[in-house]
Write a protein that binds this ligand. Structure first.
Ligand code: C5P
Length: 208
């Protein structure tokens, strides 16, 4: 059976870093599914269309060019916020679901990270991890990351962003952020990336 690792969690929980390291370790393809939602939002913004128009968002999701997932603008803070808005549209989620499932069906296996991987995209994943950390710790990490890229934002503004995004992602009707019943929770608040990776690898080894 191919190894499929599903990783979910709130914004800036460390799930992306962990997903990349697990993918490298097990030599599996990795998909950061947040990038798909960010790319739909960016396509709307570039076309001068409203983020609050569900039909335009749905068309953009169907037309998504997955070869453009390396655009550095996708990582900007505003894009996370914009992605969170369009990701509540059920047609957007449906359009991206088929794409994510094809990725997960790679005969080698795969690592996917996002908000609904264990619950919706890969309900039969070999192992499901739910990564959390306190909102203050997540804001601290995001602050460092943005500062490293030269994007100025105060800690307070980032914390407010993260908390607003958590609330929106967890309260939407379409595939809300929640831990799958069979996922294993890993709280990384007091773990550095190496310690988080060691814990996650241990969980994968026990589950596979
Ligand atoms: O993970 P990232 O911060 O890049 O995700 C941006 C936004 O995209 C999230 O706040 C969430 O609303 C949405 N998203 C989602 N489902 C996923 C991945 C991301 O709804 N699987």
């Amino acid at each position: 059976m191919p190894l499929v690792i599903a990783i979910d969690g709130p914004a800036a929980s460390g799930k992306g870093t962990l997903a990349k390291r697990l993918a490298d370790h097990y030599r599996l393809p990795h998909l950061d599914t947040g990038l798909l939602y960010r790319a739909v939002a960016l396509a709307l913004i570039d076309a001068g269309l409203s983020l609050d128009d569900p039909e335009a968002a749905s068309r953009a999701a169907h037309a998504l060019d997955a070869d453009r997932l390396d655009d550095p603008r996708l990582r900007e803070r505003a894009m996370g916020e914009a992605a969170s808005r369009i990701s509540a549209v059920p047609e957007v989620r449906a359009a991206l679901l088929a794409w994510q499932r094809r990725f997960a069906a790679d005969p080698q296996g795969a690592v996917l990270d996002g908000r609904d991987i264990g619950t919706v995209v890969c309900p039969d994943a070999s192992v499901k991890l739910y990564i959390t950390a306190s909102s203050e710790e997540r804001a601290r990490r995001r602050h460092l990351e943005l500062a490293g890229r030269g994007e100025a934002a105060t800690f307070g503004a980032i914390l407010a962003d993260i908390e607003a995004r958590d609330t929106r992602d967890a309260s939407r009707t379409a595939a809300p952020l929640r831990m799958a019943d069979d996922a294993i929770r890993l709280d990384t608040t007091s773990l550095d990336p190496d310690a988080a990776f060691a814990e996650a690898r241990g969980i994968v080894e026990r589950a596979r």
